[in-house]
Design a protein around this ligand. Sequence first.
Ligand code: AMP
Ligand code: GLY
Length: 462
Amino acid sequence: MEKLKILIIGAGGGREHAIGWKIAQSDRAGELFFARGNAGTATLGTNLDIKETEISKLIEFAQREEIDLILVVSDDALAMGVVDEFQKSDLRVWGPTKAAAQLEWSKAFSKDFMHRHNLPTAKFEIFTDFEKAKNYLTKQVLPIVIKASGLAQGKGVVICESKPSAEKALEDIMVKKIFGDSGSEVVIEEFLTGPEISIHAFSDGKSYKMFPPSQDHKRIGKGDTGLNTGGMGVIAPLPFITKELMQKIEKEIVAPTLEGMKSEGRTFTGILYPGLILTKDGPKILEYNARFGDPEAQTYMRLLETDLLEIIENSIDQKLDQTEIKWKKDFACNIVLASGGYPGNYEKGKVIKGVNLSPAPLHSNGEGKARGEGVGDSKKNHLALKGTPPQQGGEGIVIFHAGTKMENKKLVTNGGRVLGVSATGDSLKDALEKSYKAIEKISFEGMQYRKDIGGKAFKNLV
Ligand code: AMP
Ligand code: GLY
């Protein structure tokens, strides 16, 4: 069988480790390359010294190495048009084009799009002029939501409880430019309440396939308090979402979004990830993402039974409608361990204890082949560890690396979100208990994590 050389272009976080971990399980997976990577991805393949936004370097590498397949999985790369450039150079690439990914990289575009296509979302106005925006604020009811239109690593949204705090947020974003150019345009919108969920669908431009629903926990603090982060923990699937509700979401949100994009000449391929809020008036779209969520991917990769490489290959060939996608019956969770101070300033280089970089399971139940979590010469590990038996952190546990790297032969922190401890189980409770138990063995200076991941899911049941 011909093995594929694969390049994964992304942010070098937990999502990229999880996608690589799943891809590596395919019989057709050959050498894997990551731009960027972390200490976890280095155990699956080779981390390149190229950023996900350095397009010409990426293309030059892919051509020189005769890469068979390129996956573009992070927002910054998609917003730069990395997919379009690879398409021009005749390389086989998976992900949405820049025009399709605009659903994510411009909230102003996505809100107008939702408006044009009658899709359910919060009432809104868009501004590029600070004074006009300030004036509009005076007439609004509180709380009110202010969003930088561009990408801001999940931090560009401020919920304002008072008029002075709203004015300050507006000034911070539009005048002081705390999110850079992302704040040149803002969306001011109505505050909605209800549980938030993440929806994902594979799309090949012709047909689509829904994932089970999942739920991220975006705030840093217990009980959904404090600042927004990239995401502190995910559970999937959601026991409180009925089949009927999923059908409604598919019919009223996912299908018309993909249709709408096609009708505007922006055919969407890759992963469509709408973030929804379940209001008493029905599900509404908070935002679109044009890629796997992080840490949603870390749970989805644990639950996906079908070969991800096969799904991606079939998507590129527009054969998704002929592809059966199977999900395990289990529940999964992924709990993020973050650096002290995150999502604000934090220090790097803290030694991580309790994470064994020796072989970890590719299959969560420990059966079958395994490729390792070793470090050092990744190419050698990649091959040598094939077939090595698993276990890291206990049964059903896989630890995904996010901000980690090797320094003087030690595993150290290298980002805000450091590790994701994922678990599967036959109930959500079981998965969460396993994950929290595994976390007890891991430590680094300043380590923080949410102790209430999944807690709301049980409350939502009653
Ligand atoms: P976004 O990046 O647009 O998903 O926003 C980040 C987070 O801000 C969401 O996950 C919500 O928790 C919150 N948020 C965004 N828009 C609204 C809204 N209109 N009403 C209430 N909360 C919101
Ligand atoms: N889980 C949040 C995000 O990926 O944007």
